[in-house]
Design a protein around this ligand. Structure first.
Ligand code: CA
Ligand code: CA
Length: 347
């Protein structure tokens, strides 16, 4: 059992009002230049603690919540965690119980992991707590309880619970299995909730996602890939944007056979390509070939850079959803199989 008292480091002046996420967002929209008015709106019915610190905290909450809310459904399965939250209003203590994990991603050569969970209450990254390491399992049971003392409810609601699950490795750096971000302003503490939440690939590695369709027409021997759209692409340029385009290679083993390309979409992190490319592939060879998809950033000066890539094939694609899409395409000829994939880093 670990004990944490995280009251230090936060000045008493930084009081966050009881505010729901969308109210914070509204306050931010209203703020656009008229800080005073937005501040009044946001603290209605609350005791304001002075505009500067309030604005600071609102901005802080917005960026934290924005960062972690829109995660969609993880295309890469990392497993799930089961945990419970309880808040004692009398002692101002948050109780977190980490119960178990399910179907965690295997990180070791033996097809298993040695999972443990690291806990922080963001934005504070300094104080971290960890569960015990469970050896050689993808379905660990921790049943460990953590206490966060000295947290008035309004302070707690400005925090984001961060659970980061790692695979312990004796001789190398621990691998990240996945993470969960739960903004505590979304939690109804009177309900003492228990959650099963999916783990997401680490935020730092986020390159964006690509929506791809695959269709095979046996009568025509054609493999068609639809490069439909991308979302949340990583920014490569100093203006905070990228100039994306997509290259698709038909591969046989290591050999690149044929290339197709979309146009360039300038200054856009969520481009809609709606491009479709056909390749001649006989049915007998559909299990032997692959499509390598590269999302690139065009640069006027210097070499174009890779944002992220996918390898679509019937075995050992760049991720489980890539392999499954290819298998579904084979199993259902003439049907379009449409899947969002999380882009993978280059070598
Ligand atoms: Ca390990
Ligand atoms: Ca660029």
């Amino acid at each position: 059992m670990a004990l944490a008292s995280l009251i230090q480091g936060t000045k008493a002046a930084m009081v966050v009002p009881f505010t729901l996420v969308n109210e914070i967002a509204e306050a931010a929209t209203a703020a656009g230049g008229a800080q005073g008015a937005a501040g009044n709106g946001a603290v209605e019915g609350q005791k304001p603690s002075g505009p500067p610190s309030l604005a600071f905290w609102q901005n802080r909450s917005i960026s934290l919540v924005d960062m972690y809310l829109d995660q969609g459904d993880p295309s890469e399965k990392c497993g799930e965690l089961n945990f419970g939250l309880e808040y004692d209003f009398a002692t101002q203590t948050l109780k977190l119980k980490i119960n178990q994990g399910r179907d965690l991603k295997a990180c070791d050569a033996n097809g298993l992991s040695d999972p443990y969970v690291r806990v922080t209450l963001l934005p504070d990254k300094k104080h971290r707590l960890e569960t015990k390491i469970k050896r050689r399992t993808l379905n660990p049971r921790w049943n460990e309880t953590f206490f966060f003392e000295g947290f008035p409810i309004n302070k707690l609601q400005s925090r984001v619970l961060h659970l980061h699950c790692y695979d312990y490795d004796r001789f190398s750096k621990d691998d990240s299995i996945g993470e969960i971000h739960l903004p505590l302003c979304q939690v109804d503490f009177t309900a003492k909730p228990t959650y099963w939440r999916p783990l997401y690939p680490p935020v730092k590695m986020k390159l964006g996602e690509l929506l791809v369709s695959l269709t095979y027409l046996p009568a025509k021997n054609t493999l068609t890939i639809g490069v439909l759209k991308a979302r949340n692409l990583k920014a490569k340029d100093i203006n905070g944007k990228s100039d994306p385009y997509v290259k698709v290679w038909l591969m046989f083993g290591e050999k690149r056979v044929e290339k197709k390309k979309t146009p360039i979409y300038k200054c856009n992190l969520n481009p809609i390509f709606n491009a479709s490319f056909e390749f001649d592939v006989p049915w007998e060879q559909i299990r032997d070939c692959a499509l390598q998809v590269q999302v690139m950033d065009f640069d006027t000066v210097g070499r174009n850079e890779l944002i992220g890539k996918l390898l679509l094939q019937s075995k050992n694609g760049s991720g489980p959803s890539e392999t499954k899409q290819w298998q579904d395409m084979i199993a259902k000829p003439r049907q379009s199989i449409v899947v969002w994939h999380r882009l993978k880093p280059g070598d």
